[in-house]
Design a protein around this ligand. Structure first.
Ligand SMILES: Cc1ncc(COP(=O)(O)O)c(C=O)c1O
Length: 374
């Protein structure tokens, strides 16, 4: 039986047609009409007027901070429960991240704790400039509360929407809640360009500045003139063609992932010791990855025993993100709270959730989980 992957790429429609079109038109070096169209289409889906297509979500986060003028000597608050890229991008800018834990109810950034954390850093004399709030596993943060905290402290809210394309917050698409937002089209995401990202914002100037910086910050003259440091971060026309085709089926992809999550809940929801990532009342998750929390005493096996049982059946599962305050590289950074994400890391497992997962394969996953009990 073929291996069951956690979240593999899923080709559903016109991918080959649009990539072939890019090749046939010779727009393969590097920009072209598919890049412009992908930006417009993604901006529309995210409900945000301006977008620039980039080589990765990490590049989008990095440029968000650069266009805000954040650099050495500054501090940026960051969701502690996240993938390292959120924090790495802060360090690329020269700023120092400090970490704030999640709430039990949403697994996303805790607004009250964020408030106290920023106050604490500001009282210590730190120049806190921004917050990187991460929409975890496809669930938006509680933005009404975060916007208020950021306004009170005069810091900019950057939305790490790498995992939340197609989710909603209070009826609005994910991506419009931050002053700037970063999407990822990495191979494991809900849509992929094999690797890529997008920076979106209602502020035209920030997006245009990021666009300039992403192609080595050339000045608009015939020769190569530079007045600021640039980056090689632009998305190619070939990959934008792939992204456009993937984006066409976003609603179906979200529906399929949510159905997969619901089916796991039906099949495992009553099993003692098993619970799921809660869905916050203020929005809808895209259910990018279904996350299971295992209480070893009640279930009869711990998270690692379950993961190894799945691996023995050639089924890929992954522990939840290891929080940043437990990462050796960030051991010296300030952290506020951390118990919520530490406990979730210890007990949580992401199970196969791709939009191409069959019911049969999902049944195999469920049976293997149940058989892992001692
Ligand atoms: C929360 C989060 N932030 C940032 C990124 C970085 O995106 P990319 O891999 O496109 O650089 C990812 C995913 O990879 C992510 O999950």
């Amino acid at each position: 039986m073929p291996r069951v992957y956690l979240s593999p790429p899923h080709v559903t429609g016109r991918e080959a047609e649009l990539v072939a079109d890019a090749i046939a038109s010779n727009w393969i070096a590097p920009l072209g009409p598919h890049v412009d169209a992908f930006e417009a289409e993604l901006a529309h889906v995210a409900g945000v007027p301006y977008a620039v297509a980039l080589s990765s979500g990490t590049a989008a986060l990095h440029l968000a901070l650069v266009v805000l003028g954040i650099g050495g000597g500054d501090e940026v608050a960051c969701s502690g429960f996240t993938f390292a890229a959120s924090a790495n991008a802060i360090t690329y800018s020269g700023a120092t991240p400090f970490f704030v834990d999640a709430t039990e109810g949403t697994w996303t950034l805790d607004p009250d704790l964020l408030d106290r954390a920023i106050t604490s850093r500001q009282d210590a004399g730190a120049s806190v400039r921004a917050v990187v709030a991460v929409d975890l596993y496809g669930q938006c943060c509680d933005y009404d509360a975060l916007v208020e905290v950021c306004a009170r402290h005069d810091v900019v809210l950057v939305q790490d929407a790498a995992e939340s394309l197609g989710a909603t917050y209070r009826g609005e698409p994910a991506g419009g809640q931050g002053a700037l937002a970063a999407f990822s089209f990495n191979g494991n995401k809900i849509i992929t360009t094999s690797g890529g990202g997008m920076l979106v914002s209602p502020e035209r100037e920030w997006v245009e500045h990021a666009r300039k910086l992403s192609t080595q910050a050339r000045e608009p003259v015939a020769h190569y003139e530079h007045v600021e440091i640039g980056f090689n971060y632009r998305m190619s026309n070939l990959l934008a063609a792939l992204g456009r085709a993937q984006l066409e089926s976003l609603p179906e992809r979200v529906a399929t992932r949510r159905r997969t999550r619901d089916r796991y809940m039906e099949l495992l929801g009553d099993v003692p010791g098993i619970s799921f990532m809660p869905e916050a009342p203020y929005g809808t998750t895209n259910a990018w990855l279904t996350c299971v929390v295992i209480d070893p005493a009640a279930f009869g096996a711990d998270r690692e025993e379950v993961r190894l049982a799945l691996e023995a059946e050639d089924i890929e599962a992954r522990p939840l993100w290891k929080p940043m305050h437990l990462q050796p590289i960030f051991a010296a950074n300030h952290a506020f709270g951390g118990d919520v994400s530490a406990r979730l890391f210890e007990r949580g497992l992401c199970v196969p959730s791709g939009s191409s997962l069959s019911d049969e394969d999902q049944d195999r996953v469920v049976e293997t989980i149940l058989r892992a009990r001692r």
